[in-house]
Design a protein around this ligand. Structure first.
Ligand code: PLP
Length: 343
């Protein structure tokens, strides 16, 4: 039985072209700054994001945590969305590694974000921690892959700057946002001091993320990467895959079209509810109305060959990616239809 794996865009496997590029990659010792392929990837990524410099790291979580460390001092407060990856899925690392207090806000990663942020500001007072950093997530994973518009990104950035705060963008899927709005990623990244994006999600590389910012920030970030054990040697083998992955930016629109097709099909199935206005990129969040509940449905779907993630007691997440074809979407829809009626 063919498995249609819609759990995440992290499940993609490297293409033949990527494997060939990895095999012939020119390499050196990256801790000495001597890996030409890593240097090439970092330059290409900095250019794409409109930043002075970039740093290739092992994962999105590592990139976010290095950014938090490089922007802050122990005891500082960092403002995040209550559903953000940094707050929800990073093992409490901000406290564990940085001694940071996260301030989770409902609705920060949304059109209401600027108002939400304004409400969170406090006057200077010896009782309060020093707020240092605001983190945004675009696209917003637990929000269903929604895009924070350029206007809202700018408003939040301007507010942060009025208060002397840094802005870090968790842009694991920033190119999905750019493709969705048919614009350059720099139209988002100009409104942040640092940004990270994942090579190993929709772009299809086996490993890696990139953190970008000013030269000074990246020099500091490089030291933190080393401290976290992330100084790697002939990493050009991985960076070569990353360079091929950058070419996949142009095919993300296909994933978005597949997500739309899937969402529209799922929305027609009695017992499921999809807010189609929230389906903006490659993620589809589905509410499971009444019985049997999201977990039981996901389990049965997996037995029938369709894998998805459980987001909560009544919510499932389906993510499209380069290894999913239109035909897979059609097959998945027919399996979900049958399973929901049967169970
Ligand atoms: C928005 C967002 N940020 C960060 C990450 C972390 O990336 P990684 O799994 O490479 O640590 C993810 C991964 O799913 C994500 O969705």
């Amino acid at each position: 039985m063919k498995i249609i794996d819609l759990r995440s865009d992290t499940v993609t496997v490297p293409s033949e072209e990527m494997r060939a590029a990895m095999a012939r990659a020119e390499v050196g010792d990256d801790v000495y700054g001597e890996d030409p392929t890593v240097n090439k990837l970092e330059q290409a990524a900095a250019e794409l994001l409109g930043k002075e410099a970039a740093l290739f790291v092992a994962s999105g979580t590592m990139a976010n945590q290095i950014a938090l460390l490089a922007h802050t001092e122990r005891g500082d407060e960092v403002i995040v969305d209550a559903e953000s990856h940094i707050y929800y899925y990073e093992v409490g690392a901000a406290a564990m590694l940085g001694g940071l207090q996260l301030k989770p806000l409902e609705g920060l990663n949304s059109e209401a974000g600027p108002g939400v942020l304004r409400q969170a500001f406090r006057p200077a007072n010896i009782h309060f921690p020093i707020t240092r950093l605001v983190c945004l997530e675009n696209t917003f994973n637990r929000g269903g892959g929604t895009v924070i518009s350029r206007e809202v990104s700018k408003e939040i950035y301007d507010l942060a700057k009025e208060r002397g705060l840094f802005v870090h963008l968790d842009g694991a899927r920033i190119f999905n946002a750019a493709v969705a709005l048919n614009c350059d990623a720099r139209e988002f990244t100009r409104y942040c001091d640092s940004v990270m994006f994942s090579l190993s999600k929709g772009l299809g590389a086996p490993v890696g993320s990139v953190l970008a910012g000013s030269r000074q920030f990246i020099d500091k970030a490089r030291r933190y990467r080393k401290a976290l054990g992330g100084g790697w040697r002939q990493a050009g083998i991985l960076a070569a895959a990353g360079l091929v992955a950058l070419q996949n930016i142009r095919r993300l629109a296909e994933d978005h079209a597949h997500a739309r097709l899937l969402a529209e099909g799922l929305a027609e199935i009695p017992g499921l509810h999809v807010d189609l206005s929230q389906v903006q990129t490659n993620i589809v969040v589905v509410k499971v109305v009444g019985r049997p509940g999201a977990a039981a449905l996901a389990e049965e779907l997996a037995r029938q060959g369709v894998k998805c993630n459980v987001l909560g007691p009544d919510a499932l997440r389906f993510v499209t990616h380069k290894d999913i074809s239109r035909e897979d979407i059609e097959t998945a829809l027919s399996i979900v239809r049958k399973t929901v009626t049967k169970i």
